[in-house]
Design a protein around this ligand. Structure first.
Ligand SMILES: Cc1cc2nc3c(=O)[nH]c(=O)nc-3n(C[C@H](O)[C@H](O)[C@H](O)COP(=O)(O)O)c2cc1C
Length: 272
């Protein structure tokens, strides 16, 4: 079982692959040997690809679809701190959308970025469900309202807020999906303890990447809550057995631009 492929002509036994390996299973090379993973250790490899990504001479390839190896172009992805700060500070929840749809190709491009999100043990448990059809989005909003109606006489924490949402919906105002053309659901295995965190991280990547593609997003908390509990909505989404919705996000083309940055609470930091 070979976990790494090392190009003898390029490897100079610098040892970075061994130092960087998240599982500590790469034995460094020396003058006469190449770095290697002992057969009995290979099963521990989590295929994070750090050995390959950090190899200064690009001599090493992780033996996982090796023909897909990507060399980072020099300077790629560099961003000035002030640009990064403004980019993140100007991200806003978008609740007003144009009538345009986001092409599927563009959605796939953004999701492709989210594929690189961190996940516990590189488990990558996250999968996506995109509701591209506006009518289906509307139906999901309607089902969310039905779920809210079913909570009326319970002690649900949202209880006091629900009559307002229901009457706004009945008055023709989409307080659930804000008239968004699309909904994104992130789904995970039912029995994976770390996956809910992985899902939020991946969805956050989508949220943060989207504006660079001209797409506006808003976390869809009501839909997400309903999708976890309301059988008719679960049925509508039709996830494969053993998977559950972790969260939801509405998205589309923003109708308005932002011209300022709203105030947030001052930083509260404790140093130890
Ligand atoms: C977990 C979560 C759930 C949310 N659910 C909704 C929602 O259902 N509907 C909505 O309009 N906004 C929702 N929001 C958006 C928040 O209201 C918004 O993030 C907050 O007001 C701050 O505004 P900003 O995102 O523009 O900074 C949600 C945000 C988060 C993080």
């Amino acid at each position: 079982m070979t976990t790494i492929i090392v190009d003898r002509d390029l490897c100079n036994s610098c040892g970075v692959c061994s130092t960087i390996c998240s599982m500590g299973i790469i034995k460094p090379g020396d003058k006469s040997t190449l770095p290697e993973v002992a057969d009995e250790m290979a099963g521990m490899c989590i295929k994070c690809g750090h050995c390959e990504a950090f190899c200064p001479s690009q001599a090493l390839t992780l033996n996982l679809r090796p023909n897909e190896k990507i060399k980072l172009p020099a300077g790629a992805g560099s961003i000035l701190p002030e640009d990064m700060a403004f980019y993140l500070q100007k991200r806003r929840s978008v609740r007003n959308f144009t009538s345009d749809s986001v092409p599927k190709e563009k959605i796939l491009e953004i999701l492709d970025v989210a594929r690189y999100a961190a996940s516990g043990g590189n488990g990558q448990p996250v999968q996506w469900l995109v509701v591209h059809d506006r009518e289906r989005v509307r139906k999901i909003a309607q089902l969310t309202i039905e779920w809210m109606k079913s909570l009326k006489d319970t002690n649900h924490p949202m209880k006091n807020y629900l009559p307002y949402l229901i009457s706004a919906w009945e008055g023709g105002y989409d307080v659930i999906c804000r008239g968004a053309p699309h909904l994104l659901f992130v789904h995970i295995p039912e029995d994976n303890q770390v996956a809910p965190i992985d899902a939020i991280i991946a969805l956050t990547h989508f949220d943060l990447a989207a504006p660079a593609y001209g797409v506006g997003t808003c976390w869809a908390g009501f839909v997400a809550a309903a999708a976890g509990f309301y059988e008719p909505l679960k049925k509508e989404l039709g996830l494969p057995a053993g998977r559950k919705i972790a969260y939801a996000m509405m998205f589309g083309i923003p109708r308005y631009k932002t011209f300022g940055i709203p105030r947030r609470n001052p930083l509260q930091v404790t140093w130890l």
